[in-house]
Design a protein around this ligand. Sequence first.
Ligand SMILES: N[C@@H](CCC(=O)N[C@@H](CS)C(=O)NCC(=O)O)C(=O)O
Length: 227
Amino acid sequence: MLTLVIGNKNYSSWSMRPWVLMRQAGIAFEERLVRFDSFAPESRFKQTLQGLGAAGKVPVLLDGPLAVWDSLAIAETLAERFPDKRLWPADPALRARARSVVCEMHTGFAALRGHCPMNIEARLPEVGALLWRDQPALRADVAHLVDTWAALLDAHGGPLLFGDFSIADAFFAPVCMRLITYALPLPAPIRAYVERVAALPGVAAWIADALAEKDFLDFEEPYRLRP
Ligand SMILES: N[C@@H](CCC(=O)N[C@@H](CS)C(=O)NCC(=O)O)C(=O)O
């Protein structure tokens, strides 16, 4: 049985990607949640992760003695191991496009990621409005995201970015959470895509667990004193 090691569901956007991917695609796995007490070397989080032979971060996929870390390496490993699940689009050109947008998400959108950390439980429209007013790099990231998604939804007719669910939707699921939390302005078809992603059973299951967590971590949200 595969094991996926993850962090707090409310906050850990990198953990959300492979968890949603596996759950939505029907790949059986056990979950091991390592709480974010802190990321200091002496933290329980770091001590636990250190034992896994990975990079000291979550997510990590454990397959017997094999540890695979980094969300993209995990997604690629799963796509290889479960070809029948068609985690990438079958057509090579579409697959190349899907890989491009996923890699761009993995390395880019720094302003969106930096200014709007994932916080599923919170509703922070005022924070979002101030960021939207003051952060041109955030506006540029969202404009690029909207263009990318609109082009893919137009080209493939939806409901998801490449028609059926793929790694691309799993990678953008935490972005959808951020857009909801910070209530960033979006055109209606893009808002509808965000809502479709949030309603996918694999995503809805993660959201439900995140809401049940009730584990406020002040170092994850310096903009709030309490939930
Ligand atoms: N590029 C990595 C990023 C993993 C990552 O930064 N995970 C965060 C939690 S969401 C973490 O473990 N942080 C601990 C730290 O930075 O020490 C991936 O895609 O998996």
